[in-house]
Write a protein that binds this ligand. Structure first.
Ligand SMILES: [Zn+2]
Length: 265
């Protein structure tokens, strides 16, 4: 089924069963490795990777979507992107979590089935899904990590960049402008943004302090990944009140551009 045909058949952006069925098909077609890490209510949470990633090769890309269930464009964008990048996804290690909070997506709610905001709990191994995720990550190291999100207050795109190498944030946002313009407000959730970009090139101790003071000790996925598992880390956000197809297109564009800007293709 093409992406266009699927868009006709999809009941809504929250049709998570339909999403996961299409992932199963794609994984079988490409011969990728699927690992079930957790059952969230009726839904499986699984990792998808290629041979080099499974063998523990350093580098390549980590991508996750669906951490917040009221942000439904990213999981569809990630599926479409993976379907259309068979060649590239054979050239470097990749690890994808297609949907980390399927129950939230199904119910159109930010939190998981236990009422937890996972993206303020990636340090918390008392939460089964987080413990499973941490165990699966183990000692893996990536060139770049991408977390795809949305924001219902936003009117444009914006990006959190944690960069050890040089900053590519403005380049990434520019590439997505053909679908959605950048957020224009200077402050989002208490942080100062420069034309849609918050770039932090800081040492680990400063970052730990940011988590403790600004986020009350609740670790977002991107910061956890940055400290232990990736050279650079990105959290891309689209406005969740815009039309779904434009949001999907913007997330796909972001992933396309990051492969080029991070020299993965
Ligand atoms: Zn989010």
């Amino acid at each position: 089924m093409s992406a266009v045909e699927r868009n006709v058949e999809r009941r809504s952006g929250h049709d998570v069963g339909f999403l996961l069925d299409h992932w199963e098909e794609l994984i079988a077609k490409r011969g990728w490795k699927k690992t079930l890490i957790h059952n969230a209510g009726d839904w499986p949470v699984f990792a998808v990777e290629n041979g080099p990633a499974e063998a523990g090769e350093v580098g390549g890309i980590y991508v996750s979507a669906g951490v917040h269930g009221d942000e439904c464009a990213p999981p569809w964008a990630l599926l479409e992107w993976a379907e259309s990048h068979a060649k590239e996804l054979g050239q470097f290690p990749f690890l994808i979590f297609p949907c980390l909070n399927p129950q939230g997506i199904a119910e159109n709610t930010r939190v998981d089935g236990g009422g937890i905001d996972l993206n303020r709990n990636f340090q918390n191994a008392e939460i089964p899904i987080i413990a499973a995720w941490q165990n699966f990550l183990a000692k893996r190291k990536f060139r770049v990590a991408v977390n795809l999100h949305e924001d219902y207050d936003a009117t444009g795109t914006y990006l959190y960049e944690l960069a050890r190498s040089h900053s590519i944030g403005h380049r990434l946002l520019s590439a997505c402008e053909k679908w959605i313009a950048r957020e224009t407000v200077a402050e989002v959730d208490g942080s100062e943004f420069d034309n849609g970009l918050l770039c932090r090139e800081v040492d680990e101790n400063v970052l730990r302090q940011v988590v403790e003071e600004d986020l009350e000790g609740g670790w977002p996925e991107a910061i956890w990944l940055y400290l232990d598992h990736t050279e650079d880390s990105f959290t891309f956000e689209t406005p969740s009140e815009l039309e779904l197809s434009r949001r999907i297109a913007a997330h796909r564009e972001f992933l396309d551009e990051i492969l080029i800007a991070s020299s993965l293709r």
